[in-house]
Design a protein around this ligand. Structure first.
Ligand code: GLU
Length: 498
C-alpha cells in the first residue's frame, strides 16, 4: 500500500498556522513511508470561500517549504482538487445513498428546525433532527421535488448500538449512535456539506491516512458510517492535538496572531517557523529543539505525538528564530534574506503610491515608510497625549476599534474605513480624533500616510497586534471594564446595523 495523506484547507480567510502544522505532520508521515501528500481545497462554503484566500494558503504553505505531490495548482491523476469543481461527483454519490436507503430528502423549514431546537434545549435534550421527514411516502417526496420545494439531503443514523472510532494516537472511542445527528449531506443550494465531500474525496483520491485536528473527532462516527454505506474501506484516522495560546485556551486570533502572513511580515524565517511547528506535540528522539525539515522527516514517528495541548508561544518562536538567524545564515545569506524580506517588489508596490508623492529624496523613504518594515512601533504612553482625548477615551477607542477590526471580514480599505467611521460616529468622536490613537498604534506617529491604507497593507493580524500592543501599553481594560465596554460596543454595533 502506498501511503497517501492530505491537507484539506477551506479558503475562508488568512492562512492559519494550524493548517501549516497539520500539513507538516501529514507531509512528514507521507515522506517517512515513501508516500504522497495531496492538497485539496474544500471550498463548498460558497459564501465564505474566496480565490484570494486560496492563493494566500498555497503561497504561505509553499513559503514554509511544504510541497504537495498533487493539488489544484500542480495537477495529478485524481483531480479536480478543488471541491467546487466536483459538484457532479457529489450529486451522484448523494443519489446513490438515497437509492440505497441510507439517506433521505428533508423538507423541514428553518423555522421548524429552530422551534425544535428550542424545545429540545428547554427539555434538556441533545439538540438534533427528530426524523420528521424520515418516512415520507416515496410518491409524496417525488411530488414535492417535482414542485421544486426547497430541501436538503440527510443521512440515516442507526437507532441503536454504538460506533467505535479507532485513532492512531488514542484508545478506541465508543460513541452511542443516539448521540449522533442525522447530518445534512447536501445543502439547500445543492452543495455538499463538508462531511459528504470530505469522505467521497478522501476515498476517490486514495487517501490512506487522515491526519487532522482534534476538532474533527466528533465527525468521525458520521464519516465511518458513510464509508460503510458506500461499501468502502475507511482510511486510518489520526486526530492531532490543537494548538493553544499560552493561557491554554484554543489558539485564536483574538489573543494571538494566527496568520502565517503575520509571521512572514514580522520577519521570521520560514525554516524556524516550520521547526517550531514540528515541536508542537512532537519531539526529536534526542529532544533537541532546533532541527531542519529533513532531520524531522528522517526521525519522524507519529507515535511520538503527545496529546497534551501544545502551546504556540510567540516568545519561544522568537528565541528559536534567533538561533536560526545566528547559526544558520552566513553574513551574505543574512543580507540576502533581509533584502528579500524588506525590499521585495510584491510588498513594496502597494506602499509606493502612498510614499512616492511625499518624498524629495530616497533618504526620505525610510523615515516615512519604516513602520511598514517593522514589528511593534517604538512608542510610549506620552505618544497618545491629545488635546481633546482623555486617556480613558484613548483606551476605549483602541479597544472598540480592535473589536471592530476583529469583526472585519474583508480586509481592504473599502471595508475597514466604513466600519471604523461608523464606530467613531456611534461613540460620538470626530473621525480625526478617533483615528489619532490608531495612527500612533499603527505607525507610531500621526503625521504620516493614511492609517486606513496602512492597515490594509499591513494585513489583519499585524494591524490588530499593534492595536493590542498599544492597548496593553496604556493598560487594557480591567475585567469589570471589559464587560461593561463589550456590552456597550455590542449595543453600538447593533444600532449601526439596525
Ligand atoms: N476543510 C476542513 C478544514 O478546514 C478539513 C478537515 C479535515 O481534514 O477533514 O479543516
Amino acid at each position: 500500500m502506498t501511503v497517501r495523506t492530505r491537507i484539506a484547507p477551506s479558503p475562508t480567510g488568512d492562512p492559519h498556522v494550524g493548517t501549516a502544522y497539520i500539513a507538516l505532520f501529514n507531509l512528514a508521515f507521507a515522506r517517512q513511508h515513501g508516500g504522497q501528500f495531496i492538497l485539496r481545497i474544500e471550498d463548498t462554503d460558497r459564501a465564505r470561500s474566496t480565490p484570494e484566500s486560496e492563493q494566500m494558503i498555497l503561497d504561505s504553505l509553499r513559503w514554509l517549504g511544504l510541497e504537495w505531490d498533487e493539488g489544484p495548482d500542480v495537477g495529478g491523476e485524481h483531480g479536480p482538487y478543488r471541491q467546487s469543481e466536483r459538484g457532479d461527483i457529489y450529486a451522484e454519490h448523494a443519489q446513490r445513498l438515497i437509492d440505497d436507503g441510507h439517506a433521505f430528502h428533508c423538507f423541514c423549514s428553518s423555522e421548524r428546525l429552530d422551534e425544535l431546537r428550542k424545545e429540545q434545549m428547554a427539555n434538556k435534550q441533545t439538540p438534533g433532527y427528530d426524523g420528521h421527514c424520515l418516512h415520507l411516502p416515496k410518491a409524496e417526496v417525488e411530488g414535492r421535488l417535482a414542485a421544486g420545494e426547497e430541501h436538503v439531503v440527510r443521512m440515516k443514523i442507526p437507532t441503536e448500538g454504538t460506533c467505535r472510532v479507532e485513532d492512531m494516537l488514542r484508545d478506541p472511542i465508543e460513541i452511542d449512535w443516539s448521540q449522533v445527528d442525522m447530518q445534512v449531506l447536501v445543502k439547500g443550494d445543492g452543495m455538499p456539506t463538508y462531511h459528504l465531500a470530505n469522505v467521497v474525496d478522501d476515498h476517490l483520491m486514495g487517501i490512506t491516512h487522515v491526519i487532522r485536528g482534534e476538532e474533527w473527532i466528533n465527525s468521525a462516527p458520521k464519516h465511518l458510517l458513510l464509508y460503510k454505506y458506500f461499501g468502502w474501506e475507511a482510511p486510518t484516522l489520526c486526530h492531532m492535538p490543537l494548538l493553544r495560546n499560552p493561557d491554554k485556551s484554543k489558539l485564536s486570533k483574538r489573543k494571538n496572531p494566527t496568520s502565517i502572513i503575520y509571521y512572514q511580515r514580522m520577519g521570521y524565517m520560514a525554516e524556524a517557523l516550520l521547526n517550531y511547528l514540528g515541536r508542537m506535540g512532537w519531539s526529536m528522539p534526542d529532544e533537541r529543539e532546533k532541527f531542519s525539515r529533513e532531520e524531522m522527516f528522517a526521525n519522524f514517528d507519529i507515535q511520538r505525538v503527545s496529546l497534551g495541548g501544545p502551546i504556540f508561544d510567540q516568545e519561544k518562536l522568537s528565541w528559536l528564530n534567533g538561533l536560526w538567524i545566528r547559526e544558520e545564515l552566513s553574513p551574505e545569506a543574512f543580507a540576502d534574506r533581509v533584502k528579500e524580506w524588506a525590499l521585495n517588489r510584491d510588498y513594496l508596490m502597494p506602499i509606493v503610491p502612498l510614499i512616492q508623492p511625499r518624498v524629495e529624496t530616497f533618504s526620505d523613504v525610510m523615515p516615512l515608510a519604516g513602520f511598514f518594515l517593522s514589528g511593534m512601533p517604538q512608542i510610549d504612553e506620552a505618544a497618545f497625549e491629545h488635546k481633546s482625548l482623555e486617556r480613558d477615551d484613548v483606551r476605549r477607542i483602541l479597544q472598540y476599534a480592535l473589536w471592530q477590526l476583529e469583526a472585519t471580514r474583508h480586509w481592504d480599505k473599502e471595508h475597514i474605513f466604513p466600519g471604523l467611521s461608523g464606530l467613531s460616529k456611534a461613540m460620538d468622536f470626530k473621525i480625526r480624533d478617533f483615528l489619532f490613537p490608531l495612527f500612533i498604534a499603527i505607525a507610531g506617529t500621526s503625521s504620516t500616510v493614511s492609517v486606513i491604507e496602512s492597515m490594509a497593507i499591513l494585513g489583519p493580524d499585524l494591524s490588530r497586534a499593534r492595536v493590542r500592543h498599544a492597548l496593553n501599553l496604556l493598560g487594557g481594560p480591567s475585567k469589570k471594564e471589559a464587560k461593561r465596554w463589550e456590552k456597550e460596543f455590542r449595543g453600538l454595533q447593533a444600532a449601526l446595523e439596525g
